[in-house]
Design a protein around this ligand. Structure first.
Ligand code: ADP
Ligand code: MG
Length: 248
C-alpha cells in the first residue's frame, strides 16, 4: 500500500492540566474521506487544529504527506499551510464581511498579488464549481444565504489547491435540505480534484453520507474505527450504538 496522506499515532493533547485527546491514531489514505464523529466536547476540533498545525501535540506523531509536523520546522509548516485547508463551521471565520467574495478569493490565491482583475477568470470558475453564478463574485458575504455562504467558504478552502481538506461541522448550522446539497457538492468536488478529506460532524448520518471510513471519538479517545458499512452494520462499542440510535 502507498504511504498514507495522514498518519497520526498515539496523539495526546493537553490544555494546561486538562488532557483532551488520549492516544489517538488516525490513518487516511490518499483520495479517501474519513469521517470523525463524536458528541460536542469529544475533541474533534482539537484534532482538526492539530492537523492544520494550529495546536501542538503534547505527545505522539503527526505526519502529513510524509512531513513530520511534530518537529515544526519552519519550511515544513509553511508548505503544510498551503497543503492542508480547514473549512470551518462558520463561513465568516474564513470570509471577511468587509470584502467582496472576489477580494477574499484573490487574496487566498496569491496574497502578494491579490488584485481581483488578475485572478478574475480563476475566481469565476471556482464559483461555478461550487454552484454559484460568476457575477456573484462582486457581492459581500451578507448578501448570500447560509448555504451559499458555505459554498463560498468551500471555494475559499479549495482555491489554493490543497491536498487535504478538513471540514469541521460545515453543515451543522444549515437546514436539512441545504445540508444534503452541501454534502453532495463536497463529494463531487472531492472526486473531481482527487483530494483527501477529513469530515467532522457530531451526526453519524451526515458522516455516513460522505465517508469511506469512520472514526468514533468519545471523551478524547478513539472507541471504534473502520469502513463505514461495517460501523453501521455491526457497531462494536456501546457509544457507537447510541449514536446510531440517535439518528435512525
Ligand atoms: P468538539 O469539537 O468535539 O466539540 P473540542 O475539540 O472543541 O471538541 O473540545 C474538546 C475539549 O477541549 C472541550 O472540553 C473543550 O472545552 C476543551 N478545549 C478546546 N480547546 C481548548 C483550549 N484552547 N483551551 C482549553 N480547553 C480547550
Ligand atoms: Mg468542534
Amino acid at each position: 500500500m502507498s504511504e498514507p496522506m495522514v498518519d497520526v499515532r498515539g496523539l495526546d493533547v493537553s490544555f494546561g492540566s486538562v488532557q483532551v485527546l488520549h492516544g489517538v491514531d488516525l490513518m487516511v489514505q490518499r483520495g479517501r474521506t474519513v469521517g470523525i464523529v463524536g458528541e460536542s466536547g469529544s475533541g474533534k476540533s482539537t484534532l482538526a487544529k492539530v492537523l492544520v498545525g494550529e495546536v501542538r501535540p503534547s505527545a505522539g506523531r503527526v505526519v502529513v504527506d510524509g512531513d513530520d509536523l511534530t518537529a515544526r520546522h519552519r519550511a515544513t509548516m509553511r508548505r503544510h499551510r498551503r497543503r492542508t485547508q480547514m473549512i470551518p463551521q462558520d463561513p465568516y471565520s474564513s470570509l471577511s464581511p468587509r470584502r467582496t467574495i472576489a477580494q477574499t478569493l484573490a487574496e487566498a490565491i496569491d496574497p502578494a498579488r491579490a488584485r481581483v482583475s488578475r485572478h478574475e477568470e480563476q475566481i469565476a470558475s471556482w464559483l461555478t464549481l461550487v454552484g454559484l453564478e460568476p457575477e456573484m463574485m462582486h457581492r459581500y458575504p451578507h448578501e448570500f444565504s447560509g448555504g451559499q455562504r458555505q459554498r463560498i467558504a468551500i471555494a475559499r478552502g479549495l482555491v489554493i489547491k490543497p491536498d487535504v481538506v478538513i471540514a469541521d461541522e460545515i453543515t451543522s448550522a444549515l437546514d436539512v435540505s441545504v445540508q444534503a446539497q452541501i454534502l453532495d457538492l463536497l463529494a463531487e468536488i472531492k472526486d473531481k480534484l482527487g483530494i483527501t478529506v477529513i469530515f467532522i460532524s457530531h451526526n453519524l448520518a451526515v458522516v455516513q453520507r460522505v465517508s469511506d471510513e469512520v472514526m468514533v471519538l468519545y471523551q478524547g479517545k478513539v472507541v471504534e474505527s473502520g469502513p463505514v458499512e461495517q460501523i453501521y452494520a455491526d457497531p462494536q462499542h456501546w457509544y457507537t450504538r447510541r449514536l446510531l440510535d440517535a439518528d435512525p
